[in-house]
Design a protein around this ligand. Structure first.
Ligand code: HAS
Length: 567
């Protein structure tokens, strides 16, 4: 670590990208849609907690039906906010790092329009109460066709965005033969390769199973096949959310701290491993499903433990980088660097609180991967406890850190009330920690998830205090969410203009020459082959077993062996 620290820190010189005039609008419009969707999605969160707390049992205002509000919460926050934010952020990272506009600005706008129309269609179905199917939309729950069409459009739009990123990278590669692409774009490419591969699963599910059912073209379906197709996509989805946060930790945090990343090569290895390993492990979401063999469950469980490894590499690499930042500020002793972090900056507070809460999210994830524990906890609030510390904790706090430097950059205005922004971050951290902990504990006491416990009437008495505590956490999170929008609106409408130079983004335009990594890391063709083969091995038998060829073919709803009457 000492050796790495003594290397020169590169001078931070950001080129003026006057050629990228469309950049602000392109990135900005994605963020506007993301944060608009999030405002409604977030609001539903605390009201869920108030509704589920036995001491309150408040009805959710605006949306009176619990499952409608829960669908709105999950779809807007976990699918819509994230996808728009990630696509916008990825465009930004690609253009700034590679010093060129997107390969096709027109295609980028076409992708945006597709995603936006998709959002409008899905929102129509949910808001009118015709898609109370939650964000996993498991059949035999059926939604209005516009819900499925809408989600399909969002996904196809994101494919166009991903393709555009690849073409931009290809044109950079032509001009920089033999050079390694900088880490931020390496991570972005890995993320989109994983995303495009994984979304094929959900696209097939929607087009061949759910849409025909919803349109009334078929009368039956097979929930097991649908769940398999969903989780082919569903687990890489969580890494699709995570990788932009890792991109900020690996490539932006060091620069914002005036140090360099401890190891660029180790970072590449982590992104590569996540890209390859995130898809062939999704059966860990199906441990409770009788239609999946024990052998498949065993192998997916083993690989799930392997996929935690790149996150452990990340913990080491990032902690070492933070340690160097602390030492640069004069820290002493083994742990002195912890106290020398820039805890007062909303950006750093977002990143570091995100890392801290993610430690808990990660540990609970590894616990979920244990088959025996999972069987006890799968249908309880333990699982939302896990994903609120990963997605709504580690990932979202980091996105806030990113947003607090990206917003001033894009708007050309100073961040409004930075201290308020910092307070907002800490409130979110405390609220989410309390929420995750109390949901987890309520789950251990048997509180069910995806259930309207306020009306169900069968909650174990031991779970009651913990469910009540989630309402307290919900209150803290509501205050934090309101502050977030005060800062956003304050920056846009009440803040002073700032010079471009004051807001230059923390982007590296070159990979470090003295921190090499094997050239094979960037040979995407090889990794694509590895991805295809590993998934054929890990998912092929699972799907073949569920398809039950001996009794008829399930696609298009025809499955004489196990018809499920829906109407
Ligand atoms: Fe998960 C269920 C296993 C990661 C999200 N997960 C879910 C669901 C969601 C979700 C949404 O095995 C529920 C879906 C549904 O509705 O049914 N998950 C894992 C494992 C990991 C994991 C092994 N999950 C995530 C991430 C998510 C996410 C990331 C969102 C972003 N998950 C499961 C399983 C289930 C599951 C089962 C099924 C449960 C069921 O029964 O339904 C791992 O990838 C986690 C690895 C992470 C770590 C932590 C490393 C720590 C780091 C921070 C370092 C800190 C530093 C700070 C450096 C090992 C990198 C130092 C600074 C100082 C100042 C000190």
């Amino acid at each position: 670590m000492q050796a790495a620290q003594s290397r020169d820190v590169p001078v931070l010189e950001f080129p003026k990208l006057t050629a990228l005039k469309s950049e602000r609008w392109l990135v900005g419009i994605h963020l506007i849609v993301a944060f608009s969707a999030l405002s409604l999605g977030l609001l539903m969160g605390p009201f869920q907690a108030f509704h589920r707390a036995p001491a309150l049992k408040w009805d959710i205002p605006i949306f009176s039906y619990y499952y409608q509000a829960l669908t709105l919460h999950g779809v807007l926050n976990a699918l819509v906010f994230t996808t728009f934010f990630i696509v916008g952020f990825s465009y930004f990272v690609t253009q700034r790092t590679l010093q060129r506009p997107m390969a096709s600005i027109r295609a980028a706008w076409v992708a945006f329009v597709m995603m936006f129309v998709g959002l409008a269609l899905a929102a129509f179905a949910i808001i009118t109460g015709q898609a109370n199917v939650l964000f996993t939309f498991y059949p035999p729950l059926v939604a209005h066709p516009t819900f499925y069409l809408g989600l399909t459009l969002v996904i196809v739009g994101s494919w166009v965005a991903g393709g555009n990123i690849f073409f931009t990278y290809a044109s950079w590669k032509r001009d920089h033969k033999g050079k390694r692409v900088p880490l931020a774009v390496y991570a972005t490419l890995a993320n989109f390769i994983m995303w495009i591969t994984a979304t094929i699963g959900v696209a097939v599910e929607v087009l061949f199973l759910l849409l025909p059912l919803s349109l009334g073209l078929v009368q039956t379906t097979d929930p097991q096949v649908a769940r398999i197709m969903f989780w082919f996509f569903g687990h890489p989805l969580v890494y699709f959310w995570l990788l932009p946060a890792y991109t900020a930790w690996y490539t932006m945090m060091p620069k914002q701290n005036g140090v360099r990343l401890f190891s660029d090569g180790l970072g590449r290895m982590a992104f590569l491993m996540i890209m390859i390993l995130s898809i062939p492990i999704g059966v860990h979401h199906l441990f409770a499903d009788p239609g999946v063999s024990e052998v498949a469950k065993l192998f997916h469980a083993l690989l799930t433990l392997v996929v935690a490894f790149p996150s452990l590499l990340t913990a080491f690499n990032i902690a070492a980088t933070l340690e160097m930042a602390g030492q640069k500020r004069g820290s002493k002793g083994l742990m002195g660097w912890v106290f020398k972090q820039n805890w007062g900056s909303p950006v750093m507070a977002g990143y570091i609180t995100g890392m801290l809460i993610f430690i808990i999210g990660g540990i609970t994830g590894i616990m979920n991967a244990s088959f025996t524990l999972n069987i006890a906890l799968h249908n309880t609030t333990w699982v939302p406890g896990h994903f609120h510390t990963t997605l709504a904790g580690g990932v979202f706090l980091t996105y806030m850190g990113i947003f607090y430097w990206l917003l001033p950059f894009l708007s050309g205005r100073k961040l409004f009330a930075p201290k308020l922004a910092t307070a907002q971050v800490y409130l979110w951290f405390v609220g989410m920690l309390l929420f995750g902990m109390s949901m987890g504990r309520a789950g251990i006491e048997g509180a069910p998830r995806r259930t309207d416990v306020a009306t169900a009437g069968y909650v174990n008495a031991n779970a009651v205090p913990w469910l009540n505590l989630t309402a307290v956490a919900g209150m803290i999170l509501l205050v934090s969410a309101i502050l977030l929008y005060v800062v956003i609106l304050g920056t846009l409408f009440a803040s002073k203009k700032q010079e471009q130079a004051e807001a230059e983004p923390p982007i590296d335009t070159e990979a470090p020459a003295d921190d090499p990594s094997p050239g094979i890391f960037e040979n995407w063709r090889i990794w694509l082959v590895v991805i295809v083969i590993s998934n054929l091995i890990m998912w092929g038998p699972v799907l073949i077993q569920a398809l039950d060829f001996t009794n008829g073919f399930i696609i298009f709803g025809f499955h004489p062996n196990a018809p499920i009457p829906l109407k």
